[in-house]
Design a protein around this ligand. Sequence first.
Ligand code: TYD
Length: 136
Amino acid sequence: MNEKAQIVDLQSIGHSSGIITVAESGRDFPFSVQRAYFLHGLTERSKRGAHGHVKLRQLMIAVSGSFRVSLTGVQGTEVFRLSEPTQGLLIPPMTWRDIDEFTNSAVCMVLASDRYDEADYIRNYSDFLDRLKSEN
Ligand code: TYD
């Protein structure tokens, strides 16, 4: 599976009383999930992210509402608007992310390849760009 930042379409199973959407490891995204977390209590003024990860891979899903995700990595900068619970945004390692323009009460769910490890974060943008350049 290509590991560039990209939208992946998730399988949805329609039902007269609702829809099941499935994100399956190895089929829809290229890692095993070690952690799931979600951002909620968000408002239009919320700004999240502002960091990169060295090794972590993630699949981000707007399970409710919508928001903007700006990613910078080896591909350059790409901006995505997540608004469909049937789509995931695959975020490869060494990607800086800024997340904003949330709709009120949006919920951002993240499936992650590793448990929480502060040592995997790069929180300074110029340090991130230096490291990205040195690795490519
Ligand atoms: P951070 O990843 O910077 O949040 P976001 O990208 O959503 O803005 O995390 C915010 C704080 O929460 C930071 O102190 C680390 C902590 N945190 C955990 O303890 N465990 C986790 O799994 C996550 C994602 C964050």
